[in-house]
Write a protein that binds this ligand. Structure first.
Ligand SMILES: Cc1cc2nc3c(=O)[nH]c(=O)nc-3n(C[C@H](O)[C@H](O)[C@H](O)COP(=O)(O)O)c2cc1C
Length: 325
């Protein structure tokens, strides 16, 4: 399939794997890129620019196809060494960066000077327009359904995507709630040039995470996610578990007095315990409502091939059938 996104990134299928903390290692990114999508290494998970440089090298050994790096800009008292991460990205020959979190304007010149294409992930039309105005090449429009940080506007993709299409000149992909060929065709219908998936890619054979996490995704329904940290205006969609129940109790009890320190045991440093050790109640971890559409753990290639043939079938038979009737 050819779209503005496949052309922009030099990939075969308009499917991107979004950055995921403690999931987006070289194994994940390489599997997606090898299958014709765009795999993305999650920069900050590596901990230091040197380790990111090494992870990029490992990924180059696993695939000759294009892959990207995610840089998440977090509000933080002691910010990560972003200049160092950018140096690792440029020197590692990366051609696509997915930015997320805060406005990436400060870091764009260094990326653009190195010929790197930037796709900024954000959750509103106004932030998408800002990304366009500062020179981003594309946007990943993340609806309220998404796993991770859906922002504070709560606009689902059935409204957000066509609104983005009304306003944007640069191409965008649909992110949040995407799982299969139906998602892809719907995204294209609503004006997107492809889709970005997070949660769905976790339930694949190659995802370098504990099997407990994959099985939890298969078992979960669309009713099993919760929004945490709403009172801190740092909302995150996570899978319900014992730690999340505890966290929500604290939010209820403390109300507007809630501080980040109050919930540290449920959110700080929990990802390695969950993703590596499979300790499913160790804390809150990002998960999209799309868990309700995940029923198996295929290889990444099986998943992407299935999505593309399903999409072909919907466009060529189902929709073409309606057009003829
Ligand atoms: C476990 C997990 C970790 C994530 N970590 C990050 C991250 O570190 N940076 C980021 O920009 N997005 C992160 N995301 C968001 C994804 O890149 C993507 O935007 C989102 O998962 C899309 O929604 P979906 O899960 O419904 O497909 C994460 C998502 C998940 C499920």
């Amino acid at each position: 399939m050819k779209t503005k996104i496949t052309e922009l990134f030099g990939i075969e299928h308009p499917i991107i794997q979004g950055g995921m903390h403690f999931v987006g290692f070289a194994e994940m990114a390489a599997a997606v890129s090898e299958a014709g999508g765009l795999g993305i290494i999650t920069g900050l998970t590596q901990g230091t620019p040197e380790k990111l440089a090494n992870e990029i090298r490992r990924c180059h050994e696993m695939t000759k196809k294009p892959f990207g790096v995610n840089l998440t800009f977090l509000p933080s008292v002691t910010p990560p060494d972003y200049p160092g991460y950018i140096r690792a990205i440029v020197e590692g020959g990366i051609k696509v960066v997915e930015t997320a979190g805060n406005n990436p304007q400060k870091w764009l010149p260094a990326l653009k000077d190195a010929g790197i294409k930037v796709i900024h992930k954000c959750t509103s039309v106004r932030h998408s327009l800002k990304a366009e105005s500062i020179g981003c090449d594309a946007v990943s429009v993340d609806g309220f359904e998404c796993g991770g940080h859906p922002g504070e506007d709560d606009v689902p993709n059935f409204i957000l995507l066509p609104r983005a299409a009304e306003e944007l000149k640069i191409p965008f992909v649909a992110s949040g709630g995407m799982a299969d060929g139906r998602s892809l065709v719907a995204a294209l219908s609503l004006g997107a040039e492809g889709m970005n998936m997070g949660t769905r890619f976790m339930a694949t054979k190659e995802a370098p995470i504990h099997d407990h996490v994959k099985q939890a995704l298969v078992a979960a329904s669309e009713l099993d996610t919760r929004l945490v940290m709403r009172p801190l205006r740092n909302t995150e969609r996570v899978l319900k578990n014992a730690a999340v129940d505890r966290l929500l109790e604290k939010e209820k009890a403390l109300g507007s007095n809630l501080k980040f320190e109050d919930i540290l045991p449920e959110v700080a440093g929990v990802y390695p315990k969950i993703m590596k050790e499979g300790a499913m109640d160790a804390g809150a971890w990002s998960c999209g409502m799309v868990a309700g559409l995940i029923h198996d753990v295929p290889t990444v290639k099986e998943l992407i091939d299935r999505i593309m043939s399903e999409a072909d079938g919907i466009i060529g038979r189902r929709l073409a059938g309606f057009a003829k009737a």
